[in-house]
Design a protein around this ligand. Sequence first.
Ligand SMILES: [Zn+2]
Length: 475
Amino acid sequence: MDYNSFFTRDYKSLMEQAPRRRLRWTGLHTLLLVSVMVTVSTVLIFVSADAEATRSAVPSPVANESPARRITIPLNFPALQADEETQPLTQPAATAPASTDDQAESALEADWRTVKVRRGDSLARIFRREGLAPTDLHRIVELGRITRTLRNLRPGQVFRFQVDADGRLLAMEYEINRLESLIVTRRDDGFEARAVQHTLESRLAYAAGEIHSSLFEAGKAAGLTDGLIMELVGIFGWDIDFAMDIRRGDSFSLLYEEQYLEGEKVKDGPIVAAEFTSQGRTYRAVRYTDARGRTDYYTPDGHSMRKAFLRTPVDFRRISSRFGRRHHPTLNRMKMHKGVDYAAKRGTPIKAAGDGRIVFRGRKGGYGRVIIIQHGGRYSTLYAHMSAFKKGLRVGSRVRQGQIIGFVGSSGRATGPHLHYEFRVNGVHRNPLTVKLPDAAPIRREYVQDFRLKTEGLLSQLDMHNRTRLALRQP
Ligand SMILES: [Zn+2]
């Protein structure tokens, strides 16, 4: 068996899967299979009714405070001005370019044509089709960087052209996406372009559910999208193993933002506060953005929901092979080395790099005796060539950071005793020596007061909703 292929394959397929499949992979779907029936309890009906009532009523207290909340889509407009931010999508009267009385009159008569971009369209093609002057096209394109976005049209995008009675282009609106438009207007001396960004209005929504068959089913019943369910898993994934720990009767509740554009919901998220009760233990998390713009989830007392990693899982003598391409000593050919080799004496204890759960423990081809630990939703670590496993550990065992899991050896394809260590983020091999490890630092002292100020309200709102829900449950 190829040295790395076994694990690579699993992770690769995981990577390429949609969120829903990824959820299944975590084992939730096993629970689904085992479960007797999907029962949507009256609780959930109450919950959704409650959530419905909450949705429009609660203004988001974080609306103006978290910069990370604001949807930012890569902008090709270096010239975008802050004061151009909020502008309704269609406002023909306002965008009518009228610099002379004559023009103003013709603008009033002129109508707006809506054109959808077809497959293979370029602006030149659209201009031709619409009978617009190629010279105008040329002048618009020549406006510079701001109109560069016109080079990459995608099918389905919308153009609006305002044309006067003589078929002359007066204005053009290009809807890049729901949040951004480019508006080009005729002036006396040519054209003028400006970028317009439509800001989203965010509202707070509440949802809650109790798990009968799987988190996925319960989440759906509570009205959550796949994305929100995955977000929830991501937040609590360090404390709760969603593949193994979920039991019937576990419950969750959350406050999340819903983003609206002109009264229409365009997307969900982020989650701003959440609670998860698993096997009688309750975990709470709240989202906070500090003054530097760093956003993370914390426990109500300000500890990070994430758990840090040890940079090195073994006391080593030297690094005998680094991450990257190298000549493989035993295979005698160039190969990608997907981890780091730490030379150490046989029998040296190997420590779990972080809190997690063992997802593999056994022999596997060139790896020899190997353990893989899953940490939260995104990270996993692999420890190979062990001489022995620590007794009492099995697949499914929870390990703490620093806990001994095995001992250095040279099992499998190894030239001498060493630990081959791999670090994966979302299934992709990363260099353990340089990968940016999740920052698990608590709230910095200077932000503690601000943290309390901003998160207490969210947490008490969550509590209030939960109390109402429980009260409704009583017969
Ligand atoms: Zn190695």
